[in-house]
Design a protein around this ligand. Sequence first.
Ligand SMILES: Cc1cc2nc3c(=O)[nH]c(=O)nc-3n(C[C@H](O)[C@H](O)[C@H](O)COP(=O)(O)OP(=O)(O)OC[C@H]3O[C@@H](n4cnc5c(N)ncnc54)[C@H](O)[C@@H]3O)c2cc1C
Length: 260
Amino acid sequence: MRVLVVGAGIGGLSAAIALAQRGIEVELVEVKPVDTPLGIGLVLPANALRGLRELGVLDDCLAAGFPFDRNVFCDPDGRPLVEVPGLIGRDDGLPSLAVHRADLHQLLLAAVEKAGVTVRYGVSVSTVDSAPDAARVRLTNGRTGEYALVLGFDGVNSAMRRYVSDSPAARPRAAGYATWRVAAPRAPEIRCGTLWIPTACTRRYGSGWSGTVARSAPSSTRCPGRPASCTARSRRCCWTRGTGDGWWSPATRHTRRRRT
Ligand SMILES: Cc1cc2nc3c(=O)[nH]c(=O)nc-3n(C[C@H](O)[C@H](O)[C@H](O)COP(=O)(O)OP(=O)(O)OC[C@H]3O[C@@H](n4cnc5c(N)ncnc54)[C@H](O)[C@@H]3O)c2cc1C
């Protein structure tokens, strides 16, 4: 049985590992020329870790990230308001994990290689013809192949989705939410999920919260070009777009607020 997985993000890599570990021949195509995970950090709750345990990469993930078992919600000045233990993993003793996306990708790629999956970068799918016996696929590199199954893991703007449904209801819609992330060294006093509830942002942006576990900006850090009241400790409106450069980027909420 041959399976084609389209997209080498977290989903595609995980599916490819799981299938190959069960003796299925898997090919994986990724449109980007090399592995370049977008974004900075991820918080993986215990149910995600259960999946990674199934794939045999849990210990490596735990070593690469920052495990924690509770979240503390703080007011804008960092005063703890409430502590909420994570209960998802209590039955099997699993924590939540904050991990860098690049580290997770490296682990999953190593497992993909170990499982014997063929990965082709810079390649996508041109056409899929579904026949009763197989899916006939033409790839953008000119190759053709027959597969028992084609799995679309090609992200929110999936090109494969149209083979399942082309209805407007199946297309992604902007919901008006935005997330800013920044990676920075974790302050030693941060030992668990630590979330600041920025009241000003909450009023304007709904249920906005900010926080980090794996990495946190030094408390004295001032957001460049922002009001003096805006420090990394206060976290008022200071989240930055996760550009991958690991530090503050120009497009902060202050910029956006002035425009709106
Ligand atoms: C800002 C932000 C923060 C998030 N934080 C968290 C978090 O803390 N915890 C959590 O669990 N989740 C989080 N998520 C969600 C998580 O990132 C996604 O659920 C996850 O990345 C989905 O994985 P995926 O592999 O399905 O898709 P993607 O990660 O989008 O990967 C899709 C892959 O397919 C490739 N591709 C696209 N089109 C084609 C094509 N035509 N042919 C071949 N390849 C193609 C892309 O290049 C990409 O490599 C966050 C998402 C965002 C945006």
